[in-house]
Design a protein around this ligand. Structure first.
Ligand SMILES: Cc1ncc(COP(=O)(O)O)c(C=O)c1O
Length: 427
């Protein structure tokens, strides 16, 4: 994209601040793509990395194991009700590829050859690899590859701000769920239902109405369909709970974690499965039931060591309670933000806020700018001292989870100013 011909060089970070090579400071409002927990340059996390790198920097998980990954698996199982085993990878897209492969192969392993379809909800996002693009099909992102993607069965998602005419939220939620049940009951061909847990992030901060996810999990049980959750962006406190599926009362068969797993310090993801799934993969060698999947850096001990330290710090600092308290600040500013004439809707949950920009509040027409909206808000945000990234017409605030109340207030005030200034660049 020509408008991004040069980039600022970030050379340091401290807490919520990113510092560029010229010494300018900006607040990291996207938490380094939604993965930062403790801010930048946290001494404890750095110590965990340094300590482990002096022991063993990397050792393969092919035929071997290492102490930090074993410990991390135990820690992850402890916080994940219903889960039994952990499969490591090094990014969220891969964790979702693994989840898809596990779900499809499960049925083959138990001798059911009919269940080959994957069901999802529209507008979901699960990563940029081909399987992840297929199940998280966002037309604007992936339209160019449509022919190469495998088809999925997609169902609508209730978005309170953009309900079809004549529907209340609860009517539309029921309508969506009825559609799901109708299709589930028609053919016995669906292997798994895959969705983001709690909210759609890249799809525009669509926070599910109460009971939506729970009901889908119940329908999956009723119709013998695997329930697969993506908690890569929404787990680990982002929505105000350690494990979002617990909050949603919807225990999955398979769940994927990533992003905040290492506090945002190293690249690691994990796909967890329940005992039923795991057992289907264990047979004699010649049964060929095992999962053919592995990456060079799967189970990297340094990443696992920092993830263990990160998890310990969640407990030590009671982080989830703190997020719940700090995030109340978002509520205090909701009305003020909504009062800006190009803001159509404000949605927030936990340490996440989405501000939907429109050119016409009544018609809810998404705003347009001469340059990309992302570029306009990035530039204006930088002038105000924040690193902002929009997704479509949504300004997203996804700061480090441990952000202090006064810091969050500062970030919101700077965001308000940015939107007001950027207004003149819209048409
Ligand atoms: C819900 C969700 N799933 C999967 C991914 C992919 O993760 P990664 O970027 O680590 O491949 C993302 C990334 O934003 C995400 O938001």
């Amino acid at each position: 994209m020509r408008e991004w011909s040069s980039f600022d060089t970030i050379s340091k970070g401290k807490g919520i601040w990113l510092i560029d090579a010229k010494g300018n400071k900006i607040i990291d409002a996207v938490g380094s793509m939604w993965c930062n927990v403790w801010g930048h340059s946290n001494p404890q996390l750095i110590k965990a990395i340094t300590k482990q790198s002096k022991q063993i920097q990397h050792s393969s998980l092919f035929n071997l194991t290492n102490e930090p990954v074993e410990r991390l698996a135990k820690n992850l199982i402890k916080i994940s009700p219903g889960m039994n085993k952990v499969f490591y990878s090094d990014n969220g897209s891969s964790a979702m590829e693994i989840a898809i492969k596990m779900a499809l192969q499960y049925w083959k392993n138990i001798g059911d050859t009919k269940k080959t379809q994957i069901a999802t909800i529209e507008n979901g996002y699960h990563g940029d690899t081909f399987g992840a693009m297929s199940v998280g099909y966002v037309p604007e992102f992936f339209g160019k590859f449509k022919k190469q993607l495998f088809s999925t069965i997609q169902f609508p998602v209730p978005n309170e701000y953009r309900l079809p005419k004549g529907f209340s939220l609860s009517d539309y939620q029921n309508h969506c769920l009825e559609k799901i049940e109708k299709r589930f009951s028609k053919n016995n061909d669906i292997a798994a239902f895959i969705m983001e847990s709690g909210a759609q992030m890249a799809g525009g901060v669509i926070i599910y109405p109460k009971g939506f996810q729970k009901k889908i999990s119940e329908l999956c049980k009723k119709y013998n369909i695997l329930f697969v959750l993506d908690e890569i962006a929404t787990g680990f406190g982002r929505l105000g709970s350690m494990v979002q599926y617990q909050d949603q009362k919807s225990i999955p068969d398979i769940v994927a974690y990533g992003k905040m797993l290492t506090g945002g310090y190293l690249t690691m993801a994990a796909t967890l499965a329940n005992k039923k799934i795991y057992d289907s993969f264990s047979g004699d060698f010649n049964d060929w039931k095992h999962l053919f999947h592995g990456h060079t850096y799967t189970g990297n001990p340094i990443a696992a060591a920092v993830a263990n330290e990160n998890l310990q710090m969640y407990e030590k600092h009671n982080l989830i309670k703190k997020v719940q308290k700090t995030s109340k600040i978002f509520e205090n500013y909701s009305q003020e933000i909504l009062g800006i004439d190009i803001v159509g809707d404000v949605r927030h949950k936990g340490m996440l806020m989405g501000i939907e920009l429109v050119s016409n509040k009544k018609n809810k027409t998404p705003i347009r700018t001469k340059k990309s909206i992302n570029k306009v808000f990035f530039e204006e945000g930088k002038k105000q001292g924040i690193y902002l990234r929009t997704l479509g017409n949504i300004v997203m605030l996804v700061p480090p989870l441990s952000i202090q109340e006064n810091e969050l207030e500062l970030l919101i005030k700077k965001t308000i100013k940015t939107i007001q200034v950027a207004k003149s660049k819209t048409f």
